[in-house]
Design a binder for this molecule. Sequence first.
Ligand SMILES: [Fe+2]
Ligand SMILES: [Fe+2]
Length: 487
Amino acid sequence: MSYASPKKSPPPVEILTTSLLRLPQLQKIHQPNNKLFVESLDLFKKSLTALWETTPTVSVRSHRGRLYLNSNRVPTDKTFSVTVTRFTEFLESRKIFGINFLKTDALSDDAIVDFFRELNQAALQKEPNLYLLEKLEGNWANVIADKDFNIAVVMATDSSGNARPVIWNAGVRTLALKAKKSYSRALAVLTGLNDKLSEGQAVNINKPRRVVQDMVEGLFQDENLLLSLSTIRDYDDYTCTHSVNVAILSMCLGKRVGLSKLQIMTLGLSALFHDLGKVDIPIELIRKTSKFTDDEYALVKHHPLHSVLRILRINAEHNLKSKLLISPFEHHLGVDLGGYPSSGRVSPMTLFGRIVAISDHYDALTSSRSYRPIPISPEQALDIMLQVSGSQLDQILLKVFINMIGIYPVGTLLLLDTREIGMVSQTIPGSDQGRPLCYLLDFEENQLIRGDLVDLTLRNHDGSFVRNILRCFHPTEFGLNPSDFLL
Ligand SMILES: [Fe+2]
Ligand SMILES: [Fe+2]
């Protein structure tokens, strides 16, 4: 007599993945008290509770069509592989790479229902990943918005080889996405504001203030990230990108010299407005590729004054407006007061004016312009700026600025905008922004291995860099020994 072996129930991760696919569907068609819905909800909770017994953060994600539970690949048989494929599609349709579940003792049905509602809502959004990042930030369940999450998990592996599940890198990507969003919002707000001013319409300070507030928050969370945004270049929309970049650089420098959040916000706003008056200069002059005649230069020199006149027409509190006027007026004046507009004044330039002048110089030199299609390298730009240190630019602030722009020592870990991680292998004397050579770190079956050697000074045909550095880290932060990769 033979007995059929009892059917083994699937492992919790399989139940969890299946529930993640089933519950959003059931929620669309059933009331929360529907029997099928309640049963599925129960299975979901049980599987999660079982997984939370081994780790407080359960992360399920898909990478190259494979399913990972934290940093471990989930073995997949034929039946389950169909679920994995569907789960990958489910994530892809929301532009996310996985989901984190943070252990909580009081997980209510309502909280789960809310979570699945947001997953359903996200599928209807233009930017589902941004929607989910915003809606689920700090929630017991949140999303992994970037595939480099796995690298963060491996980088957190301790010396005995145990992976410590972290959602740290998901946080970095959240910040990066948010920062990029505030950058494009700043561009849109500035363009809108200037268009309205040109048409003689009333404009309010609130929108620009919110945009700058967002960037100040970003600056206090991750200075490098904000700084890396200032390398965005848009040749067609030079004045706007230039103004946003000058605002970012000024805010970063303001933070370095110890200004308060409120002061940095005012500084950022005034820097954002420093070239508002450029639209009052004939466009032919702005686009001119040859040298200005004396008459043309006289016209160009009017733009700080035009900026002031435009700011005066913005609806804002009197006190704030008077602070916003100063650096646009002073940004070409020079610490020796020998620049323009010449007013015969004797009082020294203000701190805000000095900061904006440095940021303005740097961004203008390192951007391509109609008369200089190939931009000057950051290092050359800093050299040129050093030559006018003490006359046009403040000596001490310039030193702080040069220090802020920084370099990358060998062994530094770099988070690149190609979503790769690099380790600096060699610095290149005189390279742009101190851009080094680095090894890309590849991820293979839970191990970081040394990949290709790449040159971060390489550019695409359009002059932009192939890879940009988003952030750098000290390798010891992740228990990595550079010599394991470099020697
Ligand atoms: Fe200017
Ligand atoms: Fe400028």
